[in-house]
Design a protein around this ligand. Sequence first.
Ligand SMILES: C[S@@+](CC[C@H](N)C(=O)[O-])C[C@H]1O[C@@H](n2cnc3c(N)ncnc32)[C@H](O)[C@@H]1O
Ligand SMILES: [Zn+2]
Length: 284
Amino acid sequence: MLTDVVDLLLCPQCRARDVESGLGVGDTDRTLWCDRGHSFDVARQGYVSLLTGDGGKFTGDSAEMIAARDAFLGKGHFDSIAAAVSAAVPADTEVVLDVGVGTGHYLAAVLDARLDARGIGVDVSKFAARRAARSHPRLGSVVADIWSGLPVRTESVSAVTCVFAPRNAGELNRILVDDGVLVVVTPTSRHQRELRGPLGLIGVEEDKTRRLGESLSSMFEPVAESALQYPMMLSHNDIEALIGMGPSSRHGDPDARSAALRQLPDITEVTASVTVSTYRKANR
Ligand SMILES: C[S@@+](CC[C@H](N)C(=O)[O-])C[C@H]1O[C@@H](n2cnc3c(N)ncnc32)[C@H](O)[C@@H]1O
Ligand SMILES: [Zn+2]
């Protein structure tokens, strides 16, 4: 719940003026207040939006994309990825922040494996935040834009996870404690390759993992990297959800894609292929 992590949050309005003001819970649990009097409503669904006024450039995943993601992840096809993320986070981690939390699937898996840990799920999409808020009892769900700065206290988080989501190296470095870890999952060029030609899905750049390393290299040093690749047996419904939850849902001709989907066998073998990279702060 949000109240479990509120001591770790910062007022975004004060932060925009370079002041770190903590947040507290009001009398009714329905409002968060900062020391300087700014207030933020807790949504009925249990998340809070800490977007600043200039937010709005990125709106994140739509309601339909989050519903598709929920349906696909609920079938367990990416559970091995969730297990790998959880294994990469140290067992004694107390505070985990998942950036681009989506439905909360991965953060919930990390929290499930650590009975004393609490989690902050951050996403710019209110639809994601809404779904993440009910994904785990020890998860607090916050709407924020990673590119506008995170409304999270400096050096307050012991692990950050980032699964198929954007990351802002400077902000992730700032919020992590000195011996904290950053765990990043990126797709390889083999991820879902069987669907690209027939369904015209957007491909993954060949050197995504190397470019990830470069984008983080000034602030983080790599400590481990593992490859995870396995076949998934997907039905038409699964493939529809997989398309619906990703960027391809916003491109191409949906009718042509549905026709192409009908040409596939009832069950198609599709490769899941990701790299799980673990980093520590370079400036410890
Ligand atoms: C590909 S989805 C991955 C979601 C989740 N990690 C998963 O793998 O199921 C990317 C997520 O990042 C979020 N996102 C995109 N831009 C963002 C930003 N600027 N700040 C925070 N979240 C963002 C999207 O709304 C979406 O939920
Ligand atoms: Zn404030």
